[in-house]
Structures are given as C-alpha cells and as structure tokens.
Design a binder for this molecule. Sequence first.
Ligand code: HEM
Length: 429
Amino acid sequence: MILSKLCTLPAYGLGGKYMSLQFVNSLKSGLQSSAKLSFARTTKVQESTLKNVFNGGVARALRQASSSAASTTTELAPSARKAVGYWLMGCTGMVFGAVMLGGVTRLTESGLSMVDWKLLGRSWPQSEIEWQAELEKYRHYPEFQLKNKDITMSDFKFIWLMEYGHRMWGRLIGATFALPAIYFWTKGYFTKSMRRRVPIFGSLILLQGLMGWYMVKSGLDHKNFEGPSDVPRVSQYRLAAHLGAALVLATLFLYNGLDHLIPAQVVKVTSSVRRVRIMAHVCKGFIFLAAFSGAFVAGLDAGLTYNEFPLMGGRLVPTDLLAYEPKLSNVTENPTTVQFNHRMLGMTVFALVHGLWFATRKAKLPPRAYTAANAMLAMTYLQLTLGIATLLLYVPTPVAASHQTGALTLLSLAVWMTHECKLLKYVPK
Ligand code: HEM
C-alpha cells in the first residue's frame, strides 16, 4: 500500500507517465536495497522507519532517476537526441529571427504595404511594370490615402520588401520545421511525448501565419479609420496576439530543445530550493506579461507619449490614467494607461528577478541554474535600460528593435532557469 502511495506521489514530476514509472522503479529498488521491503508492505508504519527508507532509498533513487529523468528522451540513441535537439534549437533561432524582423517591419511602418496574401507566398515584382501594379493596389488602402500619398517608388519598394521578407521568413520557419520533422518521424527519432507535441507545434506555426494576415487585415479596413484623428495601423489586440504567439512558439521550441540537449538534473529539495523553483516560474510569467503588454505599447504608439522616466507628466501616476469610458477600456485603449502598466510590469520584473537571484544564493542547485540566474539578472538590467532609452529617445528603430529582441532573450533565459529547476521537487523527509 505504501509503495502504491509512493507510486502516485506527484511530487517527483519527472515529465510524464514514462518518467514517473522509471522513477517509481528506481524508488522501489531503493526501498528493496535498503532491505525494508517487508516493512513497506505493512499498513501501519512508524514514521521514523519511513525516514530511514527515504534516507537510504531516495538518495539512490534520485541518483538513478537523475540519469533517466535527465530527459524524457532516454529511449533515443544519443545521435538521434542530438539531431532533434539541434533542430529544435534551430527552430527557436528562426522564431527569434522572425520576432526581430517583425519588430523592424513594424517600426519602419512597412507592414501594410502588401495588401494581399497567399498561403504559400509568391515571388517579388520582377519588372518596373509589376512594381507599378503593386503600388497601384496599395493606393486603394487607408495607409496610402491618409499618410503616404507622396510616397516615392523607391520608398515603396523598401517597405514592400521589408514586409515580403518578414512573410517569407515565416514560410521558411514552416519549412525548417516541417521537413526535418517528417524525416525524424519516419526515422523514429521522436519520443512518445514528442510525437504528441510535433503536430501541435506545426499547427501553431500555421496559426501564426494566419494570425499575421488577420492582423494586417485590420490595418487595411477603411471602416477602422473613419475618425478625423485615426492613424492607419493594425489593431493592438491582434498585434499582441501575434507577438504573444511568437513568444509561446519560441519558448516551446527552446524548452524541448533543452530537454534533448541539456536535460535537467534531479535535485533533492529543501524549502530554499522550492522557493527558487516557484520564483523562477513567477518571473517567467511576469516577463511574459511585460512583453505582452509591450505589444500594446507598440500597437498604440504609446511610447510616443510621456517620454520621461520615472515620472509621467511630472507625476508618478499620470492624471489621465482613467480618462476613457468605460474605465476598463483604459487598460488596452488608453496610451497613457498602457504605457503606465508596461512600466509597472517592467519594474515588477526587475524586483522579482532580484528576488530570484538572492534566493538562488541560499539554495543548493545544479550548477547551470546559477548561470541561468546570473544571466537573467544581467539581461534584466539591459532590458530595462533599453526600455527607458526607447522611451527617452522617442522610439528610434535600432533601440526599440533591440528592446523587443531583449524581451525574447530575457524570456528565454527564464525558460532555461525553469528548465533547470524542472526536477526540483518536494521529497518528504
Ligand atoms: C522586463 C521588462 C520589459 C519587457 C519584457 C519589455 C518588453 C517589451 C516588448 C515585447 C515590447 C514590444 C515591442 C514591439 O512590438 O516592437 C515593448 C515595447 C516598449 N517598451 Fe518595454 N519591456 C520591458 C520594460 C520596459 C520599461 C521599463 C520601459 C520604459 C520605462 C519600456 C518601454 C517600452 C516602450 C517605450 C515600448 C514601445 C516601443 C515601440 O513602439 O516599438 N519597456 N517592451
């Protein structure tokens, strides 16, 4: 009975059914080797005896589980595991590239220049006549009519090629993902859990492409720009969804890539270790939230109001924070509130990452976890500096693009940190 209780211990969380069984087997062997099995079969057990079992058995079990739980990929040959790992890391890098390119596309106001979309893409205009035809199509849309009436052909070519590059990069991600995925699948290089995940990743990539076009469409619709002060741009909600999905994709690829290349280690947990694990997850969540709220800042051009720090209009809390009705709409529609919330989330991340870093000093963790915590702390300083510089300098493209890339870098480091803490779970004493 006790064994069956132990088998159901969720505490070890070794990455799914397969790992749990591995671990439970290790645990059983630990108990057996400590010659206490008969005791384990009894229903009434002295707590002190149970402690002894754990002291001998669990330590051994943790060591054994470490090598198996080291990854959910132990059934793979090392070469297959590496190949899949590098491929996943390559996909992470490709998504990173897309986020950078998307940021520059938005910051150079290029995103609304291509007014149609084909799933599999098309070639760029091959002659001046084709370029003229492309410009002619653009003339029918709000951005040209409200803002770019005087655009020259060379400027149009620049913004069109920026958007084209971003879209083609997205398709390249699809190919970089799908072709090796098919090869690895047929070769049997995927674990059971990866066979479940790969179709989800593929669907997310496809969805991201569709979402990109859905976002662009909001900037092409005349109905959205009928007011006298309306600025032609995409919906901030769709921009946030598009950026948010890119962040999710990148972190999923990264987490699984790490699982294949540098599997986490099992560590026996003390309360200080548990604190680190919780804090790492909280940091990751808040970094994601800060990045997501940044997309609203970008979508509303809210970085062009209150270009001062730490005050806003000479006050810590600006007067027009709740100027819109209904009040809740301020959170996503009022540039002041959107910028204020983004600052607050940025400062919260700053405080939390410091908290995490200090917590790691007091805990015994796998060596890589310290490196991840140090890198997170350094990146938080850089990210805040870039954010404040973006604001004070009125959103120059290189600084703002670096701030956006910095967000994904910081999130990736947080993912790495949580990955290192993955197998730090509570072991009853
Ligand atoms: C951990 C902290 C932060 C994270 C993760 C973060 C992330 C982001 C992201 C993802 C964007 C969207 C960029 C885009 O789509 O182009 C953004 C925009 C922005 N952020 Fe931050 N940010 C942080 C802190 C700050 C701070 C402290 C400030 C300044 C006080 C700041 C100022 C800005 C500004 C002005 C923009 C708009 C830039 C634009 O229009 O492209 N950020 N941020």
